[in-house]
Write a protein that binds this ligand. Structure first.
Ligand SMILES: NC(=O)c1ccc[n+]([C@@H]2O[C@H](COP(=O)([O-])OP(=O)(O)OC[C@H]3O[C@@H](n4cnc5c(N)ncnc54)[C@H](OP(=O)(O)O)[C@@H]3O)[C@@H](O)[C@H]2O)c1
Length: 338
């Protein structure tokens, strides 16, 4: 049996628990391909898994990591479409911080022309999440107004890029001036400095007093009531995390009067079939747009696999803008996009 290197988190704890270890390579199951991983994207849920607050769903690899880019190394029984050697990126329910990763063939997407493997590794988690929550579930349309909290984060950047590319007007929140400039560069029309400005007042001003059509919120508890206040009639709030706390009190009268919808979901435990549908929609609607440099993923920094602890410490410091990526088995000549 062949072995591989991966990042282990032992009994869990701070970033320093992350260590290189050896285990058996996964075998691709029915409909899966085995990827030789060049780069793995780092996402905030990875930190939650490391400290024991985000266990992998049943059947998923216990290894941290939700997205990878690399080459197809083997085909499982019945795996369609890909050939050995194809360069792909993939959404995975776990197993990304490793030299090899098995993934349903339908969750792989081609590396878009002009993008490095490092940039491609930064695509799947945020693209699947934003597409599902903002466009499928909250039904954002061209001409509508949209607020994404934390526009300088991984999810936030993709949400700004996608919403503005599809013709929505984008308002976002950011923690400081440098991040605000970054958000404007990414395509936001206006940025609220959330530490000293009220986003509800800014939303009303931004929408000419009408309120916003869609809000994407990862702050949760302390923001939900204010999201609702900032909302237009028939507005939709998609909640994807609770970085500020899990408990909220809302004025139900406002919810009814605005005919508002509050939607919540987590991507990781969704079915193989559901994620395959999202992959197909992204390939049709978003992948062609990635030819535009302004819509390509922004890689803030690349760390070696051995430096996963540094990558997690950076993520938790919140000083990054865009995405953090781990170089697992980078290919010679692959620009890392940073
Ligand atoms: N439900 C799902 O399916 C799903 C999928 C993927 C990710 N997520 C969640 O989405 C969240 C973001 O993930 P990520 O990888 O994009 O993390 P990230 O890159 O660290 O971004 C986090 C963002 O949150 C912002 N933020 C923190 N506190 C805020 C506040 N009080 N007001 C406004 N913004 C605030 C930060 O803004 P500043 O840096 O400007 O302060 C930062 O831009 C995580 O909690 C993750 O678990 C959920």
């Amino acid at each position: 049996m062949s072995t591989m290197r991966y990042v282990d988190y032992g009994a869990g704890g701070g970033p320093d628990v992350l260590r290189i270890a050896q285990c058996e390579r996964p075998l691709p199951r029915e409909g899966e391909v085995l990827l030789e991983v060049a780069y793995a994207g780092v996402n905030r849920p990875d930190c939650a898994q490391r400290i024991g607050r985000y266990p992998p769903p049943p059947g998923a690899s216990p290894i941290i990591g939700l997205e990878v880019a690399g080459r197809v190394a083997a085909l499982g029984p019945g795996a369609q479409r890909w050939q050995i050697g194809d360069a792909v990126c993939a959404l995975v329910p776990g197993g990304g911080y490793a030299e090899f990763c098995a993934v349903p063939a339908t969750h792989c997407l081609p590396v878009p022309p002009g993008l490095s493997l490092a940039q491609a590794a930064a695509l799947p988690e945020t693209c699947f999440t934003v597409w599902d929550n903002v466009f499928v579930r909250a039904r954002l349309k061209a001409g509508e107004s949209f607020l994404v909290h934390g526009g300088a984060g991984g999810i936030g950047t993709t949400a700004i890029q996608m919403a503005s590319a599809f013709g929505a007007r984008v308002l976002t929140t950011a923690g400081d001036e440098a991040k605000a400039d970054y958000c404007l560069e990414a395509g936001a029309e206006r940025v609220v400095l959330y530490r000293n400005e009220d986003f509800v007042a800014a939303a009303m001003d931004f929408s000419g007093g009408m309120g916003l059509d869609v809000v994407l919120d990862m702050v949760g508890g302390p923001y939900l009531e204010r999201d609702l206040e900032a909302l237009a009639m028939d507005g939709r709030i998609a909640v994807i995390a609770f970085m500020g706390g899990a408990q909220a009190t809302i004025d139900v009268v406002k919810l009814l009067r605005k005919r508002a919808s509050i939607i919540g979901s987590t991507l990781r435990p969704r079915s193989v079939a559901y994620k395959a549908e999202l992959a197909a929609e992204l390939e049709r609607h978003w992948w062609p747009r990635l030819a535009d440099v302004r819509l390509q993923p922004v890689v803030h920094s690349v760390f070696a696999l051995e430096e996963a602890a540094k990558a997690h410490a950076l993520m938790e410091s919140g000083t990054h803008s865009g995405k953090i990526v781990l170089a697992v088995r980078p290919e010679t000549g692959d620009g890392n996009g940073s």
